[in-house]
Design a protein around this ligand. Structure first.
Ligand SMILES: *Cc1c(COP(=O)(O)O)cnc(C)c1O
Length: 398
């Protein structure tokens, strides 16, 4: 039996059927590169779906995992630790939540959004607020609360009934104006829809959402699980839209590959959770928070937020300059980039990219998502240009 048959059979025999077939068995990574079991090298321009902010095996990540696991890995929530306090203070600073900010730690994006869902339920300001608004085609996670918020019926249908009260509206200013009133507790939005293929909300949408939510005491919760931690060229994408939310959720890039998520509240939203209302055994443990501190400190000291902005521009320009009949448009900010294709051939393009030694992803039938580590430099950008062109050329025109 070849090695390949061996691992794909073992996967099929033992992993839950909810998992799609993996493209390869990877054995190691270094910087922006990973290798599979045959020794083939790939340029990783997906970074574990916007997770590996510092790439693979970065010394700051390795040092933080090693040192903290050799010092104190886990305590219960009956105790606090210095890494936990430091990370909470750091998140208040980089979100701009400031002195009134409060931080809840979980272990994933879905858990951060579950906390946000409970936060929404706690907003009873002035009336019985039984409605939570989200938008069509949004993605907020796979657990029941996060799934109820997710605007993709295909993901929800098998699991009905959902937790009640969530309504999905169109991503239009008219829909906002029609839907927001004092029966709404919260509006949750991705500032840029990542799983939808890196799609922005219409011009002025977030500003109008902020005005209307403030006017009606509705919480504006931003899901920055994919866009946060510097990826879009600012610490958080909301900064680029000139608004301040009442709460923001984050996960993916903040741990650089170590599982961690957080909900940060601003202003009056920090008063909603009371003692005993929420918790997590692993959430905020010293190992996870020490690693997130190291990752975020490295992003800051190495100027990677700026690098994300500059390299993102460069990569988007390169893709726009590729003369391919397949490319319809290039979307995104910083290092979260979507390539809209002229036909539903995203799977063929990502598979041709893999053949060419490049990892990108088919976010949907006709969109390629590109989300490299924030450390990308000249060499990686040049190699990306070469391999992405090769992949596009390998897919036949209609
Ligand atoms: C990935 C993602 C989630 C879910 O995060 P998990 O860690 O997979 O639970 C939620 N919202 C957005 C915007 C995401 O990109």
């Amino acid at each position: 039996m070849s090695i390949e048959t061996a691992w794909s059979d073992r996967f099929g025999d033992s992993l839950m059927k909810s998992m799609g077939s993996p493209f390869a068995l990877l054995t190691r990574g270094d910087g922006c590169y990973v290798w599979d079991e045959s020794g083939k090298q790939y340029l990783d321009f997906l970074a574990g779906i916007a997770v590996n902010s510092l790439g693979h095996a970065h010394p700051a990540f390795v040092e933080a995992v090693s040192h903290q696991s050799a010092t104190l890995a886990h305590v219960s929530n009956y105790f606090t630790t210095s890494p936990q306090l430091e990370l909470a203070e750091r998140l208040k600073r980089i979100t701009g939540a400031g002195a009134e900010g409060r931080v809840y730690f979980g272990n994933s994006g879905a858990e951060a959004n579950e906390a946000a869902f409970k936060l929404a339920r706690l907003n009873r300001r002035g009336s019985d607020r039984h409605r939570i608004l989200a938008v069509h085609d949004s993605f907020h996670g796979r657990t029941m609360g996060a799934l109820a918020l997710t605007g993709k019926p295909a993901l929800r249908d098998a699991f009905e009934p959902m937790p009640s009260g969530v309504e999905h509206i169109d991503s239009t200013i008219e829909a906002l104006e029609r839907s927001i009133d004092s029966s709404v507790s919260a509006l949750i939005l991705e500032p840029i829809k990542g799983e939808a293929g890196v799609v922005e909300l219409p011009e002025g949408f977030l500003v109008r959402a902020r005005e209307l939510t403030a006017q009606h005491d509705v919480l504006l919760i931003l899901d920055e699980i994919q866009t946060g931690a510097g990826r879009t060229g600012s610490w958080f994408a909301f900064e680029q839209f000139g608004i301040v939310p009442d709460a923001v959720t984050m996960a993916k890039g903040m741990g650089g590959g170590f599982p961690i998520g957080a909900l940060v509240t601003f202003g009056w939203a920090s008063e909603l959770f009371q003692r005993g209302m929420h918790g997590s055994t692993f959430g905020g443990n010293p190992l996870a928070t020490a690693v997130a501190n190291a990752v975020l400190a490295e992003i800051e000291s190495a100027g990677l937020v700026h690098n994300a902005a500059a390299r993102g521009e460069e990569i988007m320009r390169i893709i726009r300059d590729i003369d391919s009949p397949h490319v319809a448009e290039v979307r995104g900010r910083g290092l979260l980039i979507g390539v809209g294709l002229t036909r539903p051939i995203a799977a063929a393009v990502s598979s041709a990219a893999l053949d060419a030694g490049l990892i990108v992803n088919a976010a949907n039938d006709s969109s390629i998502r590109i989300a490299p580590p924030l450390i990308v430099g000249d060499d990686e950008v040049r190699l990306f240009a070469e391999r992405f062109r090769m992949a596009l050329d390998a897919v036949p025109s209609a």
